[in-house]
Design a protein around this ligand. Structure first.
Ligand SMILES: C[S@@+](CC[C@H](N)C(=O)[O-])C[C@H]1O[C@@H](n2cnc3c(N)ncnc32)[C@H](O)[C@@H]1O
Length: 287
């Protein structure tokens, strides 16, 4: 990916925008972890609840031995429960975490390698999802691919579909893709969840930055000079929609467009999170 070109193009759009991944340097990754602890951020808690109540069934969707791949792995905290169950079914496990936040990924991988010494072979792939997909398509063997923490739904809608298509291209009938998505349908509950943990204001600061005055910002490295009026916004995501909330029908639709079948869904008691199991081929549809 030509990062300079992507950034320059985004900043020249109206309204100007930066891609979602741009905020994930070391500080951004740590800030993301902090946001998870916001008492109104239901997604994290519901995701943990879905995983812990169904972990055995979830892992049993794939035949072992398997290679575990994670898209946008972050701190890999929830992944540990998947690793623990897999390691009861196979003596060693290769784990391929993919994340654009290279320094954070390195630290997380080192800590996992220490904690699971002798049984976990961590092979981190620092880079964009496309880099990761190109890498995993070359790794032979059955795969369990997981995508948790809302990383999937934070992409532009068309990108969600093209990424499913890229995964479907190399997935075999034995591979499984598990994606956790938000299925909350009450707008007020959603708005509360995205408050900045350091501020009482609603989180425009997370999804968009607002110019407080008329100002011109010069970025010599990109050859750009940007003028913002007071109240002009800089979007911190690339699409029209961000952090999608899905109905089950929409999930089936997106699976079909991505060339996959939605073979199983687990939800939490509050119906906030759906952990979706996608597979290649017709698959049995249960929920
Ligand atoms: C919302 S966090 C989720 C982290 C973790 N999976 C979890 O469940 O807590 C999204 C993660 O995806 C990574 N990420 C965002 N955009 C990415 C991209 N385009 N390519 C690769 N990783 C990306 C971020 O660095 C971050 O670690």
């Amino acid at each position: 990916m030509d990062v300079r070109r992507v950034i320059a193009e985004g900043l020249q759009m109206r309204p100007p925008r930066l891609p979602v991944w741009f905020r994930y340097d070391m500080h951004g990754s740590l800030y993301n972890d902090k946001c998870l602890k916001n008492q109104h951020y239901y997604f994290y808690r519901s995701e943990v609840a879905v995983l812990s109540s169904n972990i055995q069934e979830i892992v049993d969707t794939v035949t072992t031995p398997v290679i575990l791949v994670e898209m946008g792995s972050g701190n890999s905290e929830k992944t540990r429960s998947v690793i623990d169950v897999l390691l009861k079914k196979q003596t060693t496990l290769t784990y391929v975490p993919i994340d654009i936040s290279a320094d954070f990924l390195r630290e997380t991988s080192e800590s996992l390698s220490r904690d699971y010494a002798g049984c976990l072979d961590v092979k981190p792939v620092p880079g964009d999802y496309n880099v990761g997909i190109d890498k995993i398509r070359t790794i032979p063997g059955r795969k369990l691919i997981i995508w948790m923490g809302g990383g999937f739904q934070n992409q532009a809608y068309q990108t969600q579909i093209t990424r499913l298509q890229s995964l479907a291209q190399f997935m075999t009938g034995d591979d499984r893709l598990l994606v956790a998505v938000d299925v909350t349908q009450e707008p007020k509950v959603v708005e509360r969840a995205y408050r900045d943990p350091d501020d009482d204001a609603i989180s425009g600061v997370i999804m968009e930055a607002v110019s407080t005055k008329h100002q011109t910002i010069v970025i010599p490295g990109l050859g750009l000079s940007l003028t913002f009026d007071a109240d002009d916004k800089l979007r911190l995501h690339e699409g029209e929609y961000v952090s999608c909330k899905y109905t089950e029908a929409q999930l089936r639709h997106i699976a079909k467009r991505g060339g996959l079948s939605l073979s199983r869904i687990w939800t939490d008691a509050d119906k906030h999170v759906a952990l979706c199991c996608f597979s290649k081929g017709a698959g049995k549809q249960t929920s």
